[in-house]
Design a protein around this ligand. Structure first.
Ligand code: GUN
Ligand code: FE
Length: 426
């Protein structure tokens, strides 16, 4: 059955990184969840349909979080005194071990999914834990909330504590079982193959996961080049490998199916070439990179090399769920790179950062994150009237202010693939 919706309001989106399209009192029209028109008036063919009029509110694409760890939700804002490897050992692994308990998982994942909803993150790419049943609980809760996500059961079979490690064969068998069980969800909630990172995975496991990704036509996510200690460790574990990136490439975890790699801070030029050639997406996680003293990713350089880039909260390396705040932090960090490191790295503009938080990351889901024809309609309706300012402002200025100083209290409606997502009840 055809379902047509027409939203009216002040529309803003970024078809390209370099510019906002801003339409005062415009219309976005979707049929069966897909945008058919966005402009200043309603084409005659849609003249009979009811209009949902949001008055002077802003209407923007929903946010895309390309990297977050749902099971680390209760650690957000804690344990920020260490770098990556001791942070994982001290805080992260003990918390993730608790997800062997499905009831604990339901409790925490329910709160996390609610927070995604609250902050207008309509799409996300998530790590679960090694536990398949808890990972299915996360998928169930996302589906119930009407949010879209790729969710991964994590794999780790070496260099991990005895309370959070798998046997290689069991890990692959569990992954297969979980992939098959995931078919009950969809089309909005889908599985993604998730080797934690090279130090936690044997070559045998990575090859098996590369095969599963291809056999089931499922994308891949992992971590890459986040921290110097991690990079040195990978080089010591696999002395024959050309570089960290090529470990994933050689195991068919890049270049065969769509892949997103979190961080990518310290890549060499040849690694960037590989990322570009395979069109592997970088998930840039600015809060996490600051909190764990990981470094400042060379986003301008990655951008110029035509590597796809999305933004990630990296809960709980990052402490903020809101992608509005993640995108403003990405801008801030890019300014520090420019002024402190290299004048070649022009800071990110607002439209570039907004693009990454919407259409940039949205590419992983298909046509998502924009109001251009053919895109799935994910939208947030923002009432910014309580952000006091008696001056006349442009739509871009109003959006900029909301991104910097607004919050979830100003989001009055969320749409995912053309449907309103009401507040989740669990
Ligand atoms: N590398 C391997 N595991 C993790 C994790 O949980 N968080 C971050 N930020 N990096 C990782
Ligand atoms: Fe991470």
């Amino acid at each position: 059955m055809n379902s047509t919706i027409i939203l009216k309001g002040n529309i803003l989106y970024t078809p390209r990184p370099s510019e906002f399209v801003a339409i005062q009192q415009g219309y976005v029209i979707a049929v069966d969840g897909v945008v058919v028109h966005c402009g200043e008036s309603i084409p005659p063919a849609y003249g009979e349909h009811p209009i949902t009029d949001y008055g002077d509110h802003l209407i923007i694409p929903g946010f895309v979080d390309t990297h977050a760890h749902a099971p680390q939700y209760c650690n957000r804002g804690l344990g920020m005194d260490k770098e990556l490897l001791p942070w994982l050992e001290t805080y992260t692994f003990p918390e993730e071990a608790k997800f062997s308990d499905k009831e604990y998982a339901r409790l925490v994942y329910g709160a996390f999914v609610h927070d995604l909803w609250r902050n207008g993150t309509t799409r996300s790419i998530l790590f679960g834990t090694i536990h398949k049943d808890s990972t299915l609980v996360l998928m169930e809760l996302l589906q119930k909330a009407g949010l879209s996500a790729y969710v991964g059961k994590v794999n780790m079979d070496r260099n991990s504590p005895e309370f959070l490690i798998e046997d290689t064969h069991q890990s692959l068998a569990d992954t297969k079982e979980w992939l098959e069980a995931s078919a009950q969800f969809g089309p909005l909630v889908k599985p993604i193959i998730t080797p934690r990172f090279v130090p936690s995975c044997t070559s045998e496991l990575m090859s098996g996961l590369g095969n599963l990704a291809q056999a089931y036509n499922v994308p891949v996510q992992s971590h890459l080049s986040e921290n110097h200690g991690e990079i040195d460790w990978v080089a010591a574990l696999l002395p024959e490998a050309a570089n960290y990136t090529d470990v994933y490439y050689e195991h068919h975890l890049m270049g065969k199916v769509p892949t997103v790699m979190a961080h990518c801070i310290h890549l060499s030029d040849v690694e960037m070439d590989r990322m570009a050639e395979t069109q592997t997406m970088v998930s840039h996680c600015p809060y996490s990179n600051v909190n764990l003293s990981s470094g400042i990713a060379p986003i301008r350089k990655l951008f110029e090399r035509k590597i796809p880039i999305g933004l990630g909260s990296d809960i709980s390396g990052g402490h903020i769920v809101s992608m509005a705040k993640v995108l403003t932090e990405a801008i801030g960090l890019s300014k520090m790179k420019w002024v402190e490191v290299d004048q070649m790295y022009a800071p990110l503009t607002l439209s570039e950062a907004f693009y990454m938080a919407t259409k940039g990351g949205g590419k992983f889901f298909g046509k998502v994150g924009s109001f251009e024809k053919g895109c799935e309609l994910d939208a947030l309706v923002i009432d910014d009237t309580t952000l006091f300012d008696p001056n006349e402002r442009s739509l871009e200025e109003r959006l900029e202010r909301w991104l910097y100083v607004g919050d979830d209290r100003h989001i009055v409606e969320r749409y995912v693939a053309g449907k309103v997502a009401p507040e989740p009840t669990n």
